[in-house]
Design a protein around this ligand. Structure first.
Ligand code: HEC
Ligand code: HEC
Length: 304
């Protein structure tokens, strides 16, 4: 093979490779423009429950003040890839999402695609929210619009190359993102559906209570079996019956409201925030979460 042919082959391979990269990494919004009207007109009261169950405030509330409804963003979210700063999602038209339509929110949190067609980092847990019902999405947007606007501007993410290239997230999604559904055990008993939806989709418990591989994807065999806290320090314990069998369903439901374990230990770390949100749910929803968690297959705790 002559040098010229070699160069031509190399050029072709590179071109095809780049074209394939571009095609496979394309952001795919979940909803199309004709879905926009259908997603408007939610119920703000019910949306407050979706908001609490989904833990949005834990990442988006303005740090250093107690109001979980003030969503100025800017807290530090450490990850193995750098520090992320959840943005302002208050109804402020400039700094927040005041100009967004419900479909923009839907595409952001259910498929990780921004209104101008860029990928979001999976630190925004769209891998779980992907399974959100349209009714809940609609209600959530109605609720977000009732919150106080703030013009606070979150500092930019602190990531280094190649994690600065959002297009790579498209390849990550090919491996770890299932459009339109949340993960989780498929065997489903009637009566566990609500608990399954809360645990797997809205409250995204597995995002913290699982171990992740080098690319930050959840390792399926460790789902709910514990893992290093994605937000840096600490370990989110195994919550499958392999470790939690000593807790009754009632004790677990009470823990989700009070943050106190059956032995009287007060919960700490990021779970404290999760409890602050879950405490706002109806008791039936906490019972449903507890029932589903008790039904999980037992799995051994992975070594951290
Ligand atoms: C674990 C932390 C976390 C949780 C929980 C979370 N988010 Fe976020 N969110 C983020 C991060 C980080 C970003 C920025 C992602 C990026 O820049 O790619 C983000 C981005 C967003 C954006 C895009 C805003 C913009 O200006 O582009 C919206 C909208 C949003 N989140 C809404 C929500 C809602 C609603 C909830 C609850 C249903 C929620 N988030 C829960 C971390 C979180
Ligand atoms: C943002 C990350 C995060 C999310 C989301 C999360 N957890 Fe946790 N969870 C933790 C951490 C960290 C701890 C350990 C807290 C401690 O050490 O006090 C914990 C502790 C617990 C414990 C106590 C276990 C024990 O042995 O003391 C239970 C039970 C639990 N979580 C259940 C859940 C359920 C159910 C959900 C979903 C509704 C959930 N968690 C969502 C991070 C999280």
């Amino acid at each position: 093979m002559g040098t010229k042919t070699g160069l031509a082959v190399t050029a072709t391979v590179v071109t095809v490779g780049l074209a394939a990269f571009w095609a496979f990494s394309a952001p795919l919004p979940r909803f199309a423009p004709q879905d926009a009207a259908r997603l408007e007109g939610g119920d703000a009261g019910r949306g407050g429950i979706v908001f609490a169950a989904s833990d949005c405030a834990s990442c988006h509330m303005t740090p250093g003040q107690p109001d979980r409804r003030l969503l100025g963003g800017g807290m530090s979210l450490p990850s193995p890839f750098g520090t992320l700063r959840p943005p302002n999602i208050s109804p402020d038209p400039e700094s927040g999402i005041g100009r967004w339509r419900a479909i923009d929110l839907a595409n952001a949190i259910m498929s990780g695609v921004s209104p101008n067609g860029a990928h979001y980092y999976p630190a925004l847990p769209y891998t779980s929210y992907a399974g959100m019902s349209e009714t809940d999405l609609r209600d959530l947007m109605a609720f977000l619009r009732t919150l106080p606007p703030t013009d606070h501007v979150a500092p930019p993410h602190e990531l280094s190359f190649p994690f600065t290239v959002r297009r790579f997230i498209g390849l990550w999604k090919l491996l770890y993102f299932k459009p339109g559904s949340a993960d989780g055990p498929t065997a489903e008993e009637p009566g566990l559906a609500r608990g399954r939806y809360l645990v797997e989709t809205l409250s995204h418990c597995a995002e913290c209570h699982s171990s992740r591989d080098v690319f930050g994807g959840v390792i399926e065999e460790t789902r709910f079996a514990g893992g290093r806290n994605p937000e840096g320090v600490g370990f989110a314990p195994n919550i499958t019956p392999a470790r939690l069998s000593g807790w009754t369903q009632e004790e677990l439901a009470r823990f989700l409201e009070t943050g106190r374990s059956p032995s009287g230990r007060e919960v700490g770390g990021t779970m404290k925030d999760v409890i602050a949100n879950l405490a706002q749910l109806q008791p039936e929803d906490r019972d449903a979460i507890a029932a589903y968690v008790k039904s999980l297959p037992p799995r051994p705790t992975p070594s951290p």
